[in-house]
Design a protein around this ligand. Structure first.
Ligand SMILES: *Cc1c(COP(=O)(O)O)cnc(C)c1O
Length: 530
């Protein structure tokens, strides 16, 4: 291995002040790490197997003819490589994670403990139903909680993320419309402030997407929405609380109008954390809403674990939800309702109405996430969940009011915010942008907040602190953001080239997005493939 094959140059990460560049490129315990193809060689191997006495390969023609091209590293080299990389991650276990619309809350260790119990962790989805009654009971009990918390009629547990849940909900709407003979309704109305997954889902499911404008105070323009309703509209997709951090107060009125016009209401429930235990979307006329267990119910997020996006359904849509279902009968037994049993169960328990559109996944969904989410719910109880919402809203308002005199807060006059505080780049001097503030926060040791989303706010900065941050942690974050914003307002040129202390300096993000390099150019794998 030669030093600095990763292309590191001293000027990429100059030390503070006159600190000298080091021989290794490392700065104390901040370690440089090349890619695995640079440190490993295809000529070496980390394993030493005795030649077997197997009579010959049973693969026949399928035997690989060229080298596989994987770098051969020893076990300690491999462990070090991945451990070094893992130390360059920012994680909720390291510090406050202000990403708006993401609900980056603490993942309680109790959840992890329960999810690792062998009775949950070591079961297989193809085991006979009698042998996994406990696991199926977890799915069923979580389903009951989600129905109760949302005031809805049924829930599809299997979708594996929020966006997957959106697809599930929209497919239910499509199936319900087709069952009514109204498959010609092809338009889905989506507010301008929506998360990109909403219009993407509608388009993917074959609908035409039309924008609904926002009012100056950051909410859906109810009059414009009502004016657009008609016989071609299948549904509206509304986020509540919305991505400007505001509660859509007109949702009941909107739902009534949409239903009167023959459409359905899809609610993006990603921000449910702000209202859990306080508002039941079912009371607002919602027909389908996904719940991100990895947001509201504290299961790990992003690189920390798979998502899970159960979809609660109204009485009108529940019969069309995807299989499988779980159902606990009076004798306490939890049944798994798959295709072959759907009709029997439909007649016995669903008044003959079950008419599933199909399946979303091979098995039952993200079992580990179900276990974590139910653990979280049971450890909080109904009163604790209500307090989660109250504390999350309190924390976001604390951030909003602490910074509204430093950064432009476009909706600060619309009343208290919900779970997240939104700021804009208005008032920053010529040449300074939201991006500079985000990069300055990295030097302060924070993952930046969500930037440039939602699109309705110019240079948006969306901060969602969540309820799990203490006042001391919030004060530290607020102090850092205020300091960076004041440096921008004072025109500090050093901010334009931040970050200064990260493993890499400012990257050309436009180039990275336009011309992503997804394969290591000198990778032996690429050579072998030629
Ligand atoms: C996170 C989020 C989604 C998508 O959820 P995933 O689980 O990431 O697929 C959709 N809408 C909003 C408002 C979100 O914040």
């Amino acid at each position: 291995m030669t030093i600095n094959q990763s292309g590191w140059r001293p000027e990429m990460t100059p030390g503070a002040g006159d600190a000298p560049a080091t021989f290794t490129g490392n700065r104390a315990l901040m370690l440089e790490e090349p890619t695995i193809f640079e440190i490993g060689s295809t000529d070496t191997t980390g394993v030493d197997f005795a030649d077997g006495d197997v009579a010959g390969s049973r693969l026949g023609d399928l035997t690989r003819k060229s080298a596989i091209g994987l770098p051969g590293l020893s076990e300690p080299e491999t462990v070090r490589h991945y451990t070094r990389l893992s130390r360059q991650n920012y994680a909720i276990d390291l510090g406050l994670f202000p990403l708006g619309s993401c609900t980056m809350k603490h993942n309680p260790r109790l959840n992890e403990r329960v999810a690792r119990m062998p009775g949950f962790a070591d079961v297989h989805p193809l085991q006979p139903v009698d042998t996994v009654q406990g696991a199926l009971g977890v799915i069923n009990e979580l389903a009951m909680w989600l129905i109760k918390l949302t005031g809805m009629h049924g829930v599809a547990m299997s979708p594996k993320a929020g966006a997957h849940g959106e697809l599930c909900g929209i497919l239910c709407i499509k199936a319900a419309l087709e069952a009514r003979g109204e498959g010609h309704r092809k338009v889905i109305l989506v507010p301008e402030s929506a998360h990109g997954t909403n219009p993407a889902t509608a388009a993917f499911a074959g609908f035409a997407v039309e924008d609904i404008p926002a009012t100056a105070e950051g909410r859906v323009d109810t009059a414009a929405l009502k004016a657009r309703l008609g016989p071609d509209v299948a549904a509206v997709m509304i986020t509540n609380p919305n991505t400007c951090g505001l509660f859509e107060r007109d949702l009941k009125e909107i739902s009534d109008a949409v239903h009167a016009a023959g459409g359905y209401v899809y609610c993006d429930g990603a921000n449910f954390n702000a209202i859990v235990g306080r508002v039941r979307p079912g009371d607002l006329g919602v027909d389908a809403m996904h719940i991100n267990l990895h947001k509201t119910f504290s299961t790990p997020h992003g690189g920390g674990g798979p998502g899970s996006g159960p979809v609660v359904l109204s009485e009108a849509l529940a019969p069309y939800g995807p299989l499988p279902y779980t159902a606990r009968t009076a004798d306490g037994y939890v049944h798994l309702i798959e295709e072959e049993r759907a009709e029997e169960f439909s007649n016995e328990h669903f008044g003959g109405k079950l008419d599933s559109f199909g399946r979303m996944v091979a098995f039952h969904g993200q079992m580990g996430m179900f276990t974590r989410a139910l653990t979280y719910i049971l450890s909080h109880g109904a009163d604790g969940l209500k307090q989660v919402a109250e504390d999350a809203v309190l924390n976001a308002n604390y951030v909003l009011r602490s910074l509204e005199n430093t950064l432009d807060a476009p909706f600060a006059g619309s009343g208290p915010c919900m779970h997240e505080a939104i700021f804009s780049d208005a008032g920053l001097p010529q040449g300074f942008s939201t991006l500079d503030i985000a990069k300055g926060l990295i030097d302060e040791g924070y993952h930046p907040m969500t930037v440039y989303f939602p699109l309705v706010v110019h240079g948006a900065m969306l901060v969602e602190p969540t309820e799990t941050e203490s006042k001391a942690a919030l004060d530290q974050f607020i102090g850092a953001l205020r300091s960076v914003a004041e440096r921008a307002k004072a025109g500090d040129p050093a901010l334009k080239s931040a970050p200064h202390y990260a493993p890499r300096r400012r990257l050309d993000e436009t180039l990275a997005a336009r011309k992503p390099v997804l394969v290591w150019k000198d990778a032996p794998v690429a050579e072998a493939a030629e």
